[in-house]
Design a protein around this ligand. Structure first.
Ligand SMILES: CC(C)(COP(=O)(O)OP(=O)(O)OC[C@H]1O[C@@H](n2cnc3c(N)ncnc32)[C@H](O)[C@@H]1OP(=O)(O)O)[C@@H](O)C(=O)NCCC(=O)NCCS
Length: 304
C-alpha cells in the first residue's frame, strides 16, 4: 500500500491492510508492546474492527516480518487512532511516524477533519512521541463506558497460560479500592482514585481470572522525585513471589527512567521485603511524616 518515506532507514518497510494470516503476529506484537490488558480481548478487538471497518486496520512489515500496527476509524465527527505499535527492535527509525501518517492519510481521504487518540494512564511518556507528530492535549476529559465486557474470554485465556499475569497499567479504580481494603491498607476514595491513578508515572496490575490480585505504582515528578506507592498483594496470593515480580517491574522502570541524582522513596510497612531488594532506611528513628487529611491547619497558629 504505502512505501516508507525515502528518509526511512528501514528499507523494505511497507504498510498494508491487515490480513487474516496476521492474527497471531499482531497479538504477539501488542503483547510485546504492553497494549494487551485484561479487559480487552485482542481477538475480539480485531474481529470487531474487521466487521466494522477492515480497511482502517493497517500493519507495517519488513519483508514478511510484521513489525507495526495501527487502527484508524472515523465516526463522522472525529477520527480515532488505536493500537499503534512498533516492535521494540525496530523503534527509533521512523516506523511509528510512518504508521501514524498512513492512518492520517486514510482518515483524511474519508473527509475526517480531526484525529483524536487516548493514551493509557501509565504510558504518558508516549505523549512526547505524539507531540513530535503535531498532536496536542485537548481541553477535554475522556470518559468511557463498556457495553460488552471482554473479561470472561480474556480471563480464560490468561488462566490457560499461567497462574497470573502482570500488566503495565494501573488497575481500574473500583478494583484498586477493593484490593486496598483486602490488603489491609487505608480504604481510599473513588474521588482520589479517579484523579490519582491516571497520573501514575508507572503502574502494574496483576490479575488472576480477571480479578486484580496485586498492584504497585510509581508517582512523582518524573525527574527529581519518584515515590513507590500502593504495592499490594491479595492476602490469598501472598508468598508466591508475586510481590517480588511486581517490584521487579517497578525497578526495571526506575532503572530506565529515573535520571542520575533522582530520589526514590517509599514508606515501608514491611521493611524486610524492601531490604531484600536493596532499599535502605532513611533514618532508624524515622523521618517520614504525613499530614492527617482534613486536620486543622491555621497559618496564624503555625507562626507562634
Ligand atoms: C510509540 C511508538 C509507536 C513509537 O514508534 P517508533 O517507531 O519508535 O517512533 P519513530 O521512530 O517514528 O519516532 C518519531 C519521532 O518521535 C520520537 N520518539 C519516539 N518514541 C518516543 C518516546 N517514547 N518519547 C519521546 N520521543 C519519542 C523519535 O525520536 C522521533 O523523533 P524525531 O521527530 O526527532 O525524528 C513505539 O514506541 C511503541 O510501539 N510503543 C509501545 C506502544 C504504545 O505505547 N503505543 C501508543 C499507544 S497510545
Amino acid at each position: 500500500m504505502t512505501d516508507a518515506s525515502p528518509s526511512n532507514p528501514a528499507s523494505g518497510f511497507h504498510i498494508r491492510p491487515y490480513a487474516a494470516d496476521d492474527l497471531s503476529a499482531v497479538i504477539a506484537l501488542w503483547e510485546t508492546c504492553g497494549l494487551v490488558v485484561p479487559w480487552n480481548d485482542p481477538r475480539c478487538d480485531i474481529q470487531r474492527k474487521l466487521d466494522a471497518d477492515g480497511a482502517g486496520f493497517l500493519v507495517g512489515a519488513i519483508g514478511t516480518r510484521l513489525v507495526a500496527s495501527v487502527m484508524a476509524g472515523y465516526e463522522g465527527h472525529r477520527g480515532w487512532l488505536n493500537y499503534l505499535a512498533v516492535d521494540p527492535g525496530f523503534r527509533g527509525r521512523g516506523l511509528g511516524r510512518n504508521m501514524v501518517r498512513a492512518a492520517e492519510a486514510l482518515l483524511l481521504g474519508r473527509g475526517c477533519p480531526k484525529v483524536n487518540l487516548q493514551i493509557r494512564a501509565g504510558n504518558i511518556a508516549v505523549a512526547d512521541f505524539y507531540r513530535r507528530l503535531g498532536y496536542r492535549a485537548d481541553a477535554a476529559v475522556g470518559l468511557g463506558k463498556r457495553l460488552i465486557p471482554d473479561a470472561p474470554a480474556m480471563a480464560a485465556a490468561v488462566e490457560s497460560d499461567e497462574q497470573f499475569r502482570i500488566l503495565p497499567t494501573p488497575p481500574p479504580a473500583d478494583e484498586y479500592l477493593r484490593l486496598r481494603v483486602r490488603a489491609g491498607m487505608s480504604p481510599g476514595t473513588p474521588e482520589a482514585a479517579a484523579l490519582g491513578l491516571p497520573r501514575s508515572l508507572f503502574a502494574v496490575s496483576a490479575y488472576h481470572r480477571g480479578n486484580l490480585i496485586g498492584m504497585g505504582r510509581v508517582v512523582g515528578d518524573g525527574g527529581c522525585n519518584f515515590t513507590i506507592v500502593d504495592v499490594a498483594v491479595d492476602p490469598d496470593r501472598r508468598r508466591q513471589g508475586l510481590g517480588r515480580r511486581i517490584m521487579a517491574k517497578i525497578m526495571f522502570y526506575l532503572q530506565r527512567n529515573a535520571p542520575p541524582g533522582a530520589q526514590v522513596f517509599l514508606l515501608a510497612e514491611t521493611p524486610e521485603f524492601y531490604e531484600r531488594i536493596g532499599f535502605r532506611h532513611i533514618d532508624p528513628a524515622g523521618m517520614a511524616m504525613y499530614w492527617p487529611h482534613g486536620s486543622k491547619y491555621d497559618i496564624q497558629e503555625t507562626k507562634k
